[in-house]
Design a protein around this ligand. Structure first.
Ligand SMILES: C[S@@+](CC[C@H](N)C(=O)[O-])C[C@H]1O[C@@H](n2cnc3c(N)ncnc32)[C@H](O)[C@@H]1O
Length: 411
């Protein structure tokens, strides 16, 4: 009961804000590993399938629009457990009935029991808004199934920083099972539900980062004495990676968002890797002409629809609206245009986005290339991996998360 109550509290915050802040997971700190895992499954799974769960619940309710929020959330959790988890159904029904306000106990009990009896008939399907399903199906074709499969869960990924991956693996093996990433030489993957904010984390031995995101540093390939700009640095994960690989380079961090910059600062401190300067320029509005021809390398890890992260952040689906993808792709192209001048001749720009839509990936790059004779796309990994480079960029969905990397050289 305690675990479900905590999970409901976290879920409720996500639904209220259309966003699940990381610090809400603090609420699960006191739980043991198994219960923490259950809380995560309930929150992530119910968020991921909220749309279809609501449609299913509505079939059983006489007045769906009059259902109080607290009752709806109990029904969503109960329905998710019954349809997706291997918990005995009577236990699920009892738990949520007990948690319901007195005058709704009968309703919650009746609906969940009825759902349990009819669960074979329920078609929960993809639980995406139809407009989005259509875009993704058009863009991904046969890889749509892969996208849906990856949108169900994710593994916890870390990057070894202060110590080598082997040593880190040994050190953490006392608390968690880890497996080495296939493509990133710094990466380890561990089972979910672990609280890894331990001494080794505080010490800066590692940081959290997905494999696709770790590959950005391989594509950018930072070298000694180069001037490098991380133009949308966010919480500084990639900035610190560049400095880790090439400490004698000048890495500049920028992000419009001051809260992210504060998190980045504390990450830099913890990891002992600080950029040369930190800026908070608005890449769309501020005059950036004084940066002309200043950089050997620029990373544009652009704001995007983040659909490649739905497994990790199902709350993305609470926020996305028709028109968002087009708006994002316009911004991405404009950012590329503005950053292009900051690059020296012979320099390299890496464009990356954690998404899978064509509009935000290949189309942005092909539109950009059309207007710039001095821009040439090359394989971001120089043939070192089996990824499919299509002449514009590489989509990593088949190999890890949905994530796109393009490498453009200024010739
Ligand atoms: C995909 S995130 C970057 C994540 C980051 N590279 C990391 O590894 O943590 C995109 C970032 O772009 C920033 N951003 C959005 N619009 C911007 C603008 N007009 N100027 C500068 N940064 C912007 C956001 O604040 C966000 O942190």
């Amino acid at each position: 009961m305690k675990t479900r109550k905590i999970a409901l509290k976290i879920f409720d915050q996500g639904i209220e804000k259309d966003f699940l802040p990381k610090d809400v997971w603090k609420l699960t700190d006191a739980l043991d590993e198994r219960d923490r895992d259950l809380a995560r499954k309930l929150v992530y799974g119910t968020l991921r399938f909220r749309r279809s769960l609501d449609e299913t619940i509505d079939l059983f309710l006489k007045k769906p629009n009059n259902t109080p929020k607290v009752v709806r959330n109990l029904l969503r959790f109960g329905a998710y457990e019954i349809l997706f988890l291997r918990v005995p159904e009577y236990a699920t029904v009892n738990e949520y009935t007990e948690m319901a306000p007195r005058r709704f106990k009968g309703l919650v009990n009746a609906i969940l029991r009825s759902l349990a009896r009819n669960k074979e008939k329920v078609d929960i399907n993809h639980s995406l808004p139809l407009w989005l399903y259509k875009i993704l199906k058009d863009d991904l074709g046969r890889d749509m199934d892969l996208f849906l499969e990856k949108s169900l869960s994710h593994e916890l990924s870390i990057r070894a920083v202060k110590i080598k991956r082997k040593e880190l693996k040994m050190k953490l093996s006392k608390v968690v099972m880890l497996k080495e990433m296939r493509y990133s030489p710094w990466g380890l993957i561990c089972s979910q539900g672990q609280n890894l904010k331990n001494e080794a984390f505080k010490n800066g031995d590692f940081t959290f980062q997905d494999e696709s995101s770790q590959l950005v540093a391989i594509a950018l390939d930072p070298k000694k004495h180069e001037n490098i700009l991380d133009a949308c640095g966010g919480v500084g994960t990639k900035t610190s990676h560049f400095i880790q690989i090439s400490p004698i380079s000048n890495v500049f961090y920028n992000d419009i968002n001051n809260e992210k910059r504060d998190v980045a600062l504390s990450n830099f401190k913890r990891l002992g890797l600080s950029p040369t300067e930190l800026w908070n320029l608005d890449l769309l509005k501020d005059d950036v002409s004084y940066l002309n021809s200043k950089f050997d390398k620029v990373l544009l890890d652009a704001p995007c629809s983040a659909l490649g992260t739905v497994g990790k952040h199902p709350d993305v689906l609470l926020r996305i609206k028709p028109g968002d993808i087009k708006k994002k792709s316009d911004v991405q192209l404009e950012m590329l245009e503005r950053l292009w001048n900051a690059l020296k001749q012979g320099g390299t720009l890496i464009y990356s986005v954690c998404t899978v839509t064509k509009a935000e990936t290949d189309n942005v790059i092909s539109n950009f290339i059309k207007n710039h004779e001095n821009a040439k796309c090359v394989d971001p990994f120089d043939g070192r991996y089996e990824f499919d480079f299509n002449g514009l960029g590489v989509q990593l969905l088949k190999y890890m998360e949905g994530f796109y990397i393009s490498k453009i050289v200024k010739v």
